[in-house]
Structure formats: C-alpha cells, structure tokens
Ligand binder design. Structure first.
Ligand code: TXA
Ligand code: MG
Length: 305
C-alpha cells in the first residue's frame, strides 16, 4: 500500500529518526518550533533548499532562517560581534533570530541567503526541532511551513492543510507555544517584531510594517484568504469577529485581555475565521504595548492586500 502524504507522526524517537533520514537524503520535513511549524531542509544542500522554495511557492529572493543546535554552531556559520554574542547568551535557545555576516566558507547554500552576505540564524527552544537538529547533524533552513502568503502554521493540521502532499512528513508535537514568528534583530535594530519584545531587548521599536528593510519583508506576508478589518468593536453582518478582552466575538484571542495568550492563539484564530461561513474577518483592537506590537504587525500585514 502506498502511504498517504503527508505522513503526520507524533513526536517520538521514530519520527525524529525518519525526519533525520529524509533531511540527510535532501528531502524537506515539517518540524515544530516554539514559534511556528518550520519547513526544514539541510541548509548545506542547494537542491534540498530549492525544495523548500518549490513547496511554498516562495519567491527566490526571500532569504531563509537557519536553525542550529547551540551558539557554538552559530559561530561556525556567522561572525559575531560582542553585541550579538550578548544577545545570543541572553536569549538562546529561544524565539530570537540574529542577522549576521555570513562566513563564506561555512558551506551554506547560496539560495538560503538569496545571495546576501548576511545570514539569519537562530537556536530554537523546542524539543522536536532540537532533536531533529541533533539527529540530522545539519544546520536546517526553515521558513514557516505554509504556502507563500498563507497564514503561518501553529499546528500540524495547518501544515497539512496548506502544503498537503508537497511535504512528505510532519512531526506533530501539538500547538506551538509562542504562536508568532521569532523576533529578528540585525545591525542593532529590530527587523521583525516577535515574541521577544523591543522592551526586553533594550532596542527601539521595529520599523513600521510595510517598510522594506530586508528582502522578503513583504507587506502581504501573512494573509488569510478573506478580507480583514482591524480595530473592530462591533461586528458587521457577514463578519467573523475575533475578540479580545472586553470585545467578545465568534471567538476570543484572550477573554482576560492577556497579550501573550493572544499571540499564541492568533494564527489559529485566523485559520478558523478563514474556514468559517462568514465572508469577511474582523479583529478587536489589541493594545500595542509589549508583544502587542508584534501582534499588530502581523494583523496589519494580514489586512494588507
Ligand atoms: O519563528 C521563526 O522565525 C520561524 C520558525 C520556523 O523558526 N521561521 C520563519 O522564517 O519565520 P521565515 O522564512 O518565514 O522568515 C524569514 C524572515 C524573512 O522576513 C526574511 O526576509 C528574513 O527572515 N531574513 C532572512 N535572512 C535575512 C537576512 N540575511 N537579512 C535580513 N532578513 C533576513
Ligand atoms: Mg512565513
């Protein structure tokens, strides 16, 4: 019998061994991180990295984040200054990505960086991605495991719905905890807001969404299929309202108004709104402080069309 693709296996030794075997053979595998599910490939294998772009339908000028098991592995790929080393020491493993000068002899496929002389690196804090990194022994390029311009996946089912048979294996370790893609820092600036906030990093807030500061920071990166209206306190007839705090709705990101809970639920809620019978989506106002900056960044991108 031919196995149906994608195979979705719960996180265990067998799933990790199969993932590592596929990755070492140049294939792609969806693996959860603490932020979103990533679509991983061996970052040193150009053909494997090309499979990521093909599966996502992603423009080739959009560079990818490379995942490594620890800061020492990161230092073999990129050149760290003292500031970068301090950030890595404080926040890795965790949802922080550092953009740093690439070591030309690191063996990273050019397609990973889209030809740039810098590379985006992170050490993830998730048992499944860490286990797959250890078992494969390779640095793993991994963008979010969704078709380009789709909503980032926070569950294995989201990956299967978006990529289907284009990915052979999904390692399922339940919903992700942070729910938003990692904070990206480069040149002392926040290039993409995320779970680690400007306040926590002691850096000024991110550049306004839609400003192109890096290849791939496209304004329409995170879009549900339906039109989206923001800062809504009263639903119109054909809308699915995603509430927050005092604003109820068809569902709520956090009835108690907790922004961390809201971040973890955001993409899941957008997926449900897309699947609902309503023709349009509305979202309650989310205060901009702390991780609210990253939530509003994703919402503005999702609403941009
Ligand atoms: O949480 C995350 O970061 C997830 C998980 C899977 O780790 N990954 C993720 O990757 O969000 P992706 O490929 O969807 O986002 C990569 C972002 C893009 O906005 C890209 O432009 C930026 O990183 N990026 C990558 N390399 C860069 C570079 N050398 N300079 C500036 N930006 C870069
Ligand atoms: Mg993405």
């Amino acid at each position: 019998m031919t196995a149906q693709l994608p195979q979705i296996l719960p996180f265990d030794e067998g799933a990790v061994a199969l993932a590592a075997r596929l990755l070492r053979a140049g294939d792609i595998v969806a693996v959860p991180t603490e932020t979103v599910y990533g679509l991983a490939a061996d970052a040193t294998d150009p053909a494997a990295v090309a499979r990521i772009y093909a599966a996502k339908g992603r423009p080739s000028f959009n560079p990818l984040i490379v995942h490594v098991p620890d800061p020492a592995a990161a230092e073999r790929i990129a050149m760290f200054d003292e500031a970068a080393r301090a950030l890595a020491a404080r926040w890795w493993p965790g949802p922080l990505t550092l953009v740093l000068p690439l070591r030309p002899d690191a063996g990273i496929a050019a397609l990973v960086t889209a030809g740039l002389d810098t590379i985006a690196l992170r050490v993830p804090a998730h048992r499944a991605m860490q286990a797959v990194l250890a078992a494969s022994g390779r640095p793993l390029a991994a963008p979010s495991a969704n078709a380009s311009n789709g909503i980032s996946p926070t569950r294995a089912a989201h990956v299967a719905a978006s990529l289907g048979a284009r990915v052979p294996l999904i390692v399922d370790d339940g919903p992700t905890s942070a729910g938003l893609e990692s904070t990206i820092v480069g040149g002392g600036k926040i290039l993409r807001p995320g779970p680690i906030t400007a306040e926590q990093l002691g850096l000024s807030a991110a550049v306004p969404s839609g400003t192109v500061t890096a290849p791939g920071q496209l304004a329409t990166h995170y879009a549900p299929a339906k039109p989206l209206r923001l800062n809504v306190t009263a639903r119109e007839d054909d809308e699915w309202l995603i509430g927050f705090g005092g604003v109820g709705g068809d569902e709520s990101l956090s009835p108690s108004g907790d922004p961390i809970e809201a971040a973890a639920r955001l993409f899941d809620a957008l997926h449900r709104a897309d699947a609902s019978p309503a023709t349009r989506i509305a979202v309650a106002p989310i205060p901009p402080a702390g991780i609210g900056a990253a939530i509003n960044d994703r919402l503005r991108r999702a609403a941009h069309r």
